[in-house]
Every structure is written in structure tokens, then in C-alpha cells.
Design a protein around this ligand. Structure first.
Ligand code: SAH
Length: 350
């Protein structure tokens, strides 16, 4: 069986190619070609015919193709729907900020975490993306839009820590000086809170920003919104976050989607302040993105303002996420969901 060559880190590629009698610098050349998005070994023009043949006998190059693309006329956001070899599809969103381009990438096709406000959840339709497929989203979007990407957020479809090994290989590749060379400080990883994996990640002392999808200040509410909370409750999650901060020195970012009448009350703001008191962290409030057919509504401006005031009075650094691409449905999972079920119904929990 052939091995997907663009899912190999440079160290692994070098090791495997040395067994074919290939020197280190040649393996580096191959790695560079893969990072330039070649789709065929024949495009590697400075690699000998003999080596190209050997490679094609043992490896294949993974591909993702653009199935659909939406560009925002408001702010330059571009959303891609990529097709994978097995008929699955994933979403990637390219966003323009004053400091450069940031890309939001998917780590799984579908997601099994079941958060009730999220468009990505579809039962039984999940598979892990390979490290190559995760990296290809960055390469293809960058080539297609002809821009250089400076920041990456792992906040698209999927739970990155549920695909831990492939995500770690992706981080190794994307940060490689011979590859795209995007430093860990320019990458954020968002998780719903798989506690054992947060401890594992902390030990690696990577300079990543860890974003925690919190969305509720107490266990009762969080378990209703996010089933993962039944396995790893708030206390264990916050403890893991402290450990992450101690190991890496990186301030944790807590994501909190504001849902009208559900988690945006003053009581919730006080509870959240108490939960995070004294922790050097940051709260990022996200106005809920409406998902077709969902009964959940975004908070009003007034409720958000009151919520922020309480957090700030309690010395909790708070920002509100800018909405990008609102004219193109840029929130995670929406485009894919439309493709898969026509977007007619709210399938969640049925
Ligand atoms: N599984 C990871 C990453 C993917 S979701 C995680 O849970 O963090 C990326 C972010 O978008 C998470 O913070 C998620 O909770 C949030 N999100 C999902 N659906 C949303 C919606 N309808 N409105 C606003 N934010 C949403």
C-alpha cells in the first residue's frame, strides 16, 4: 500500500528516504516541493527521474480540491469548501486583518463532540484528517488567493485534540523552517476541553495559544450545551488550564459564545468572573452565529455590554470577536452543512 508522503514530518521523510539511499538534502528538496503544493512527483523538476520513480512506487501525494468558494465583498474573507479523496468535504476560512492573513482550518471531517449550538456536528460522519490534509488547507488557500498566511487558528470543523497525533505532526510541519515556517506564537488551537490531552500538550511546552471553548460558567449549563463537560467538568478543565499556563507561560484564551437568555445573564457574568478570578487569562466573547433551523439566538447588544461591564469590573480582560464574512456564512460548518443536507433542517439531537 502507498503511504501519503505529505503527511510525513521532515524528520520522518528524511529517515524513510535515507532507506532508499537518498541523502538528507534531497529529502529536504522533496519536502520543499510538497510545501509548494505540487500534486505530482513529475513536478519535482530538480529530483532525478530515478528517485521520482522510486517515490511514486512507494508514496502518493494527497490532494484536496476546491469544491466551492465564497468571497465576502465586505471585508475580503474567503471561505473554501475543499473536497477530499473519499468524498468528504471540509471548510477553511481565510480572513484579512490589518496585520496580515489568518486562516481558520479544520482538523476533522465532521465532529463528534455534539455541542448544541454548533453547525459542525453530524452524527457518524466523522473522520480524522491526516496531517497532510490539514497542511494542504493552508497551502491551497494561500496559492489560490495568492497571499502569504501569517496566522493559523485550529478552529474550523473538528476537535483538534481528538485528532492529537496528526495535529502534532501538522504543527511540526507548518512550523518547519524548510516548510511554511509559521511560528507557534502565530497559531491558536481551540478545544472543547479534552482534559488529558491538554496535560499532554502542556508537557511539550509549545508556544501555541490554547483557546478553550467555555461557553458556560457552571457545570449544569455547560453539560447542557456541551456533552464533553459530562466527561471533563469545569473544575478539572480549569485545573488543566492552570497547568498549561505553568508549563508554557502562555495566557489561555476562553471562548464564550453569547446565546440570548441562555448564558448571557448577569448571574452568568458574576459566576464566570468568580471562576476565572486571579487567573492570567483572556475572555473572548463571540456573538452566536445563527445556524439554520436552530432555536438559539445571539445576545442583544445591551446584554453583551452589561456582561462585559461585569467581567471588566472583576479585572478580567475581555474582547469581542469581530464578525468577519457575515455576508457569506463564514461561521464554521455552515457551508458544509448546506452541501450535506440542503440546510433545510436543524438536525441536532434527533
Ligand atoms: N472543537 C474545537 C474547535 C472547533 S469550534 C472547539 O470546540 O473549540 C471553534 C469555535 O467556534 C469554538 O469556540 C466553538 O465553540 C465555536 N462555535 C461553534 N458554533 C458556534 C456558533 N454557532 N456561534 C459562535 N461560535 C460557535
Amino acid at each position: 500500500m502507498l503511504t501519503p508522503i505529505n503527511s510525513l514530518t521532515r524528520a520522518e521523510l528524511t529517515k524513510q528516504l535515507s532507506l532508499l539511499g537518498c541523502p538528507k538534502y534531497k529529502a529536504e528538496q522533496v519536502f520543499r516541493w510538497l510545501n509548494r503544493g505540487v500534486s505530482d512527483f513529475e513536478q519535482m523538476t530538480d529530483i532525478s527521474k530515478d528517485l521520482r520513480k522510486k517515490l511514486s512506487e512507494r508514496y502518493y501525494i494527497e490532494k484536496i480540491e476546491i469544491l466551492a468558494k465564497q468571497s465576502s465583498h465586505e471585508d475580503g474573507t474567503v471561505k473554501y469548501l475543499f473536497g477530499l479523496h473519499d468524498g468528504n468535504s471540509i471548510e477553511t476560512v481565510l480572513m484579512k486583518y490589518h496585520h496580515g492573513y489568518s486562516i481558520c482550518i479544520s482538523t476533522q471531517a465532521g465532529c463528534k463532540m455534539g455541542c448544541i449550538f454548533c453547525a459542525s456536528y453530524e452524527r457518524g460522519a466523522t473522520r480524522n484528517l491526516t496531517a497532510g490534509e490539514i497542511l494542504l488547507q493552508v497551502i491551497r488557500a494561500s496559492l489560490d488567493s495568492d497571499i502569504k498566511i501569517s496566522n493559523i487558528v485550529l478552529m474550523g470543523t473538528g476537535e483538534p485534540l481528538d485528532n492529537y497525533d496528526n495535529v502534532m505532526d501538522f504543527l511540526d510541519m507548518v512550523g518547519d523552517e524548510k516548510g511554511l515556517n509559521i511560528g507557534m506564537r502565530h497559531i491558536s488551537l481551540s478545544t472543547c476541553g479534552l482534559v488529558p490531552k491538554i496535560y499532554e500538550l502542556a508537557k511539550l511546552k509549545k508556544q501555541l495559544t490554547l483557546s478553550i471553548s467555555l461557553h458556560a460558567p457552571n457545570n449544569e449549563l455547560r453539560s447542557k450545551l456541551m456533552p464533553v463537560n459530562k466527561a471533563y467538568n469545569l473544575e478539572s478543565l480549569i485545573k488543566a488550564c492552570h497547568d498549561y499556563f505553568e508549563h508554557t507561560g502562555r495566557r489561555i484564551s476562553f471562548e464564550y459564545a453569547m446565546i440570548s437568555g441562555v448564558n448571557d445573564t448577569k448571574e452568568c457574568a458574576f459566576e464566570l468572573s468568580a471562576l476565572l478570578k486571579g487567573f492570567n487569562c483572556h475572555v473572548n466573547l463571540i456573538p452566536l452565529n445563527h445556524v439554520d433551523g436552530s432555536p438559539l439566538k445571539p445576545s442583544t447588544k445591551q446584554d453583551m455590554a452589561a456582561f462585559i461591564r461585569i467581567l471588566e469590573n472583576n479585572h478580567i480582560t475581555t474582547t469581542v470577536r469581530r464578525r468577519l464574512g457575515s455576508d457569506i456564512d463564514a461561521s464554521c460548518g455552515q457551508l458544509r452543512r448546506r452541501l450535506n443536507n440542503g440546510g433545510k433542517e436543524w438536525k441536532h439531537g434527533q
